[in-house]
Design a protein around this ligand. Sequence first.
Ligand code: ADP
Ligand code: ASP
Ligand code: MG
Length: 567
Amino acid sequence: MKIPFAWTVHKFGGTSVANAERYQKVVKIIENEPGVRKGIVVSAMSGVTNTLIKLVELAKSRDESYFIELELIKEKHLKTIDELILKDAESLKLSIQRDFEEIKEILRGVWLIKEYSERTVELVSGFGEVWSAQFLDALLRSQGFSSSWLDARKVLVVTPRANAVSVDWQLSKERTDRWIAVHKTDYVIITGFVASTPDGVATTLKRNGSDFSGSIFGSLLNASQITIWTDVDGVLSADPRLVPDAVVLDELSYAEATELAYFGAKVVHPDTMTPAVEKNIPIFIRNTLNPLALGTKIHAGSSKKYTIKGFSTVDQVALINIEGTGMMGVPGVANKVFGALKEVGVSVIMISQASSEHSICFAVPETEGLKAKEVLTKTFFAELYEKLIEKVEVNLGCSILAAVGDSMIEHPGIAGQLFSALGQASVNVKAIAQGSSERNISVVVSNSDCKKALRAAHTSFFISQQTISIGIIGSGLIGGELIKQIKEQKDLLKTEKNINLVIRGITNSKKMILSEQSVNLDQWKNELTNSEKELDLTSFAHHIKGEYFPYSVIIDCTSNQHVSHVF
Ligand code: ADP
Ligand code: ASP
Ligand code: MG
């Protein structure tokens, strides 16, 4: 055992501990990272929390498949213990089997009464972290490291709220300090996600809450830095699953990271930044699978490299609009609206800026849209009856696209650039909100336009070239010549005009060829002759329009009137 210097805290997400091999990678990272005393917060193995929650649901609906699902995750954990080759494998297996017996009892109760409370889900869903922390601790000890594991349910006390929790900092600090004073190991492996209520019942920090655990323990241990290890190289300028050319951001301010996370960037939980801000602890987001990459630093400062740091999206949103001349100049209407929503526990994601006081427009989770409409219709019953309020309208199937960046305020024209990108991509903007900090512009669009909007906005701020998806109908003399000219001019247009022309489909009168990236312009004639795809103009148009391409053009190079009638 060595003398305790300042702590560093590392948090490993579910993907970082997805299997035995990944746990071994984690050990290497812990060993190689600087510092002596390390608090290591771990998530459950990937997918385990989902399964545990599903088990409770299955038991409630008396679906017998819950027995099989329960056996499967038990086997998965026992098998991982075998694969990790642990010294105390047998006692760990016994302890895990006892936990499964406990879960079985709880599920049996749910099965019998066909009902469960939120506390049931909280209790069951946290087991994954309890197992995962024990695995990593046992693995480190088996390899000769000085390690112990801390069950956060014993020290971290929180009061659950609607969609969040509030931490009892004083009590949690006292308990953590007491625990640490007894366990003087170099490494302390801490269960992420779980905590206890003030009355001592196991609870969680809500979905994806292990990042928050990371920063809570960073603060409790007065860590010099917190590193969140995940499966991407850092925070990217957009969700890489939606925007493949998103770039890694080297720095973000705490506020920028919070806004991006709040509006859907899953890479870090929005509450993570708060404990770190208070003690000015930098947070690093890094990749377990690529530990040499520097990752993203989230701290009090921020980089000036990009004005807009990133975009994120929230799906499944309902937009609510209350309209009427009777609202103009009448004090207290907004208060009445949001008071009523609070009463029924509906959380408001964003409030839109209206140009007059004629309407109030705001977004709520889609699942709460009808409930919001109902309570507002009741609240404004008299105003609706007297026609002072025309309607309370709910628009389901919406998404929010948020653009985030601290230095937006210093750069006029950012909003203009965003809206012109959305306009050019034919995205209809239903509502707009700009945070008072001017760090965020959010727009509400239809769900079906969301990916296109994200792509168009991202391209406009991060990618120099505007990409246009092109489809050519007719490959005779005119079509052939056009393809030849595009091929010849393509590079020049790219470098000099920032326009990237991509031919993604060509047809003749019978067949067509389609390509995800670009048709091979040297081979297209052969490919079209040998193509087995019969001409179908509707699916051709659908392909060219593509989900991700904000701009698309179909060029009819035939003299056939039928073609123009199809579109
Ligand atoms: P972990 O299991 O480590 O907690 P998560 O799945 O919760 O990981 O979060 C990481 C994932 O977040 C990435 O794999 C990526 O697909 C997604 N993601 C969404 N938005 C972003 C973004 N802006 N930057 C990076 N990753 C993002
Ligand atoms: N395992 C928990 C979840 O899936 C917490 C986390 O991984 O952050 O929500
Ligand atoms: Mg996560």
